[in-house]
Design a protein around this ligand. Sequence first.
Ligand code: FO1
Length: 325
Amino acid sequence: MSSIRPKCLAISGGVGGAKLALGFAHILPPEQLLVVANTGDDFRHLGLPICPDLDTVMYTLADINNKELGWGQQGESWNFIAALTQLQGETWFALGDRDLATHILRQQLLTTGASLSEVTRTLCQRLGIQHELVPMTDNPVATIVQTRTGESLAFQHYFVRDRCVPEVIGFEFEGLAAALPSPGFLAGLQDPDLSAIVICPSNPFVSVDPVLALPGTLTAMRASEAPVIAVSPIVGGVAIKGPAAKMMAELGMPQSALAVAKHYQGRIDGFVIDDQDADLKSDIEALGIPTIVTNTVMLTLADRTLLATRVLDFAHQLSTTKTPS
Ligand code: FO1
């Protein structure tokens, strides 16, 4: 169970979400932040449990993330992969030498019976991370990408092996119906002192939807007095990183912040769009979604902390009007 009392609960996928999570970590003390990471990207590879979004957030909070790649660790070496190549092993999914230690230790701790939440807590403690990071669930959930050719792809096969080339027609989250929010996630959602639930700027379909679709999550979000605020991952018609805009086009959606707002409609209380999309504010508010316009392109740490501050101010502003249902 979560021992600390979060005031802001931030839901994150990979790179984009992790940037805002870091912004929150820099302006909030540990007892006032809970970061929840998507685990739909997770898979077993070479007999190891790979948790990409958990690791991207963890490495970002520990400031050891690889800023060029957007995943794995900085200062990485690739001797393991070079040796695996020599042995003709599977090398389509690159595991750096430092990153490998995380996967091997996670595997070792899981085999002792520890939950993914407990393993994550141990890894974070050993990396000196003060703020709490939990997986969305401790149960296995696997995002499957349905493609126009009729083939269903495991997420990492779609994202890495096939380089996001296949055209998507839909998604499914295997194991979701039997999954529960992790103890820390549920405790955070039910925390009476919670003042903001923030959907960080991650891919709405494969990083955010799995989290919101977890049984009990939306109910708990709606019952909370904390407003749910989403930050658009689409700026000026493009995704800052990743295949979100391409997926939207293939799903027949405009690649706009307005289309993202429509996708979240009914699940959020407020929306944050970039200055470049200011002209969309009235259209989004016409959906009944209060919206603020600010800089959401996070290039510097100041960008991250300023956006985090603006989102919390917006949550405070909305909290006077949210009627828990
Ligand atoms: N992404 C890639 O594009 N190529 C890779 O070889 C790769 C390896 C990898 C290893 C560990 C890890 O935690 C993430 C890794 N990623 C890689 C990113 C991964 O595909 C994530 O799912 C994305 O970050 C999207 O969330």
